[in-house]
Design a protein around this ligand. Structure first.
Ligand SMILES: Nc1ncnc2c1ncn2[C@@H]1O[C@H](COP(=O)(O)OP(=O)(O)OP(=O)(O)O)[C@@H](O)[C@H]1O
Length: 231
């Protein structure tokens, strides 16, 4: 379970995140939505200890992520391309991660097989550097990397952005499958209201850093979000 308590992030005198309390139980598919600048990425970055909060804490099963490293092997994330090693090919990158996560070659093969449909013959064995991949293919590499090593929690920032329509459908299927089989807790930020309401059990809406809705019913999610965004 992830617990967030009195979390505040301030840049100079501007408060960009102000979350009093948020609990994300295990196995939940948690969606995070909000307009540009609402604080979604900031929240994910603080949860991954990439940015330090001004006040408050994020606990993963009681572990304060800013004070202890033990959570790191249990969390996978892809926020942006800076998280990749762009001078490697995808094959080299996955092989590097395989060694870091101490997986067998067979484990890696099985993992990548799950992504075969999503990769659509464009990623593996192509000898193209990650830095030369299209934005969509780069995202696919990042998502596959985030799910490596059997993480309990996977955080994805805008996973559907830049994916072609068939890839978006394939990714949704993959997330739902993974959620069922591996019981992963997914945290997904997205501007795509249709996708996020379809796959998430719960959606939190951020406005100027504050949680203004916490939606759990599908019909309520669709209605409230369409009303809020005017879609
Ligand atoms: N290093 C920084 N210095 C100053 N302000 C920052 C910094 N990083 C983020 N911010 C501000 O924090 C606010 C929240 O940004 P964040 O990227 O978390 O929003 P977001 O909800 O992810 O937006 P988007 O949908 O556009 O990706 C924005 O106003 C942004 O300008």
């Amino acid at each position: 379970m992830i617990s967030i308590n009195y979390l505040r992030k301030q840049y100079k005198d501007i408060v960009v995140l102000d979350v009093e309390h948020l609990e994300i139980p295990k196995k939940e598919c948690f969606g995070l939505v909000g307009n540009n600048g609402a604080g979604k990425t900031t929240l994910f970055r603080i949860m991954l200890d990439l940015v330090r909060a001004t006040e408050g804490q994020v606990l993963l099963d009681g572990i304060n992520v800013a004070k202890n490293e033990d959570w790191k092997s249990r969390v996978g994330a892809f926020l942006d391309e800076h998280m990749l090693l762009s001078y490697l090919t995808p094959d080299e990158y996955f092989e590097t991660l395989r060694k870091i996560y101490v997986l067998s070659e067979e484990d890696l093969k099985l993992h990548l097989e799950k992504f075969e449909e999503l990769f659509n013959g464009e990623i593996i064995g192509k000898k193209k550097y990650i830095r030369d991949l299209s934005k969509g293919n780069l995202k696919k590499v990042g998502i596959a990397a985030a799910m490596m090593g059997n993480p309990e929690v996977v955080m994805l920032d805008e996973p559907f952005e830049n994916l072609d329509p068939s890839s978006q459908v394939r990714l949704k299927k993959l997330i739902l499958q993974e959620k069922e089989i591996s019981q992963v807790t997914f945290l997904i930020s997205s501007h795509d209201l249709n996708h996020v309401t379809e796959i998430c059990d719960r959606i939190v809406l951020l406005e100027k850093g504050k949680i203004i809705r916490d939606l759990r019913e599908k019909s309520e999610m669709v209605e409230e979000l369409n009303a809020y965004f005017g879609t």
